[in-house]
Design a protein around this ligand. Structure first.
Ligand code: NCD
Length: 312
């Protein structure tokens, strides 16, 4: 276990992160959560003298703010750049923007971009550590890690649990990262959504694809509800939002099919009344709000381990 080390590594997708490395990140996040729950004094000195830039080409509330706070809680200097207010609107290329940031002496770049492969491209053109905060429909590793962390905090384990991932699987980088991470940790994964949003390439060991949502959530320990990615869809992938809510929406009636103590997750932002009802969001089985706090802890762990080597 001691030989597992993420120091100096970029985190692009969980396909390339081992179960031992995931374990290391989850254990570190547990300690980080205690720090952020402290009243007043949340700062650790672990990343003092390091500089991090958040480079976001797509909208974000949770991910950007939590990466920013995570860096600050660890003592790093953090600057956030939004595409709408930077030279990107003047037409600067991704390569030139990355080179410009690198020239300022930055140690890590946390990056969100609408193109699949953008974070990987960044690792090829600049030296700072790159943390992928979402690249198109491809991957969102920190979200999957915070999902695992939240599940483990509630259930005390991961292996053997049945998770249902519901909705727009096709366009969801969260689903993709969850599927790789959860299967590495020995979870049983069931996917359901409209046929047009259900890719078949996820049919591998440990993953079952269902057309009926009821079959996916029957006896589930965890239900992860995905946001319908309207911005990544062409028109016509499902008949209407009303119809979607009726056939695939997670409401209190459907919850009864799952285990009594089922845990409800949603990465946010939610289309309330579409993929999830208000009653479910705010019920005692929902850990959606807690996922946000766990997101800060996971991002602290990721930055500490990759950039600081995980100082004791
Ligand atoms: C997710 C994302 O951006 O992929 N949101 C997030 O990071 N909390 C999920 C989504 O937008 O649906």
């Amino acid at each position: 276990m001691d030989s597992v080390n993420l120091f100096g590594k970029s985190i692009i997708a969980l396909e390339n992160v081992s179960s031992e490395e995931i374990r290391l990140i989850l254990n570190s996040a547990r300690k980080m959560k205690q720090i952020i729950r402290r009243e007043g004094q949340k700062k650790l000195p672990n990343l003092r003298g390091k500089a991090i830039v958040n480079l976001f080409y797509e909208p974000s509330t949770r991910t950007r703010t939590s990466f920013e706070l995570a860096g600050k809680y660890l003592g790093a200097d953090v600057v956030s750049i939004n595409s709408g207010t930077s030279s990107i609107v003047k037409g600067e290329s991704l390569r030139d923007t990355l080179k410009t940031i690198e020239a300022m002496g930055v140690d890590a770049i946390v990056m969100r971009h609408k193109a699949e492969g953008a974070a990987d491209f960044a690792t090829q053109v600049v030296k700072p550590i790159i943390i992928n905060a979402g690249d198109g429909a491809h991957a969102h590793p920190s979200q999957a890690l915070l999902d695992l962390f939240t599940i483990e905090q509630h259930k005390g384990r991961l292996a053997g649990l049945k998770v249902a991932i519901i909705g727009d699987i096709l366009h969801s980088r969260v689903a993709r990262s969850d599927i790789y991470a959860m299967s590495k940790m020995g979870m049983e994964i069931h996917l359901a959504g409209p046929k047009t949003l259900l890719p078949r390439f996820f049919e591998f060991d440990g993953v079952t694809v269902h057309e009926q949502i009821e079959d996916a959530i029957a006896n589930a320990d965890v239900i992860n509800v995905l946001r319908i990615q309207l911005e990544r869809q062409q028109a016509g992938l499902f008949p209407s939002t009303r119809e979607y809510a009726r056939v695939f929406g997670i409401n209190e009636d459907r919850l009864r099919l799952a285990k009594e103590n089922v845990l409800i997750l949603h990465p946010g932002p939610q289309n309330k009344g579409l993929e999830i009802s208000s009653e479910v969001t705010y019920c005692e089985k929902s850990a959606i709000q807690e996922q946000v706090q766990n997101g800060v802890a996971i991002r602290m762990a990721l930055l500490d381990l990759t950039l600081g080597g995980g100082a004791k």
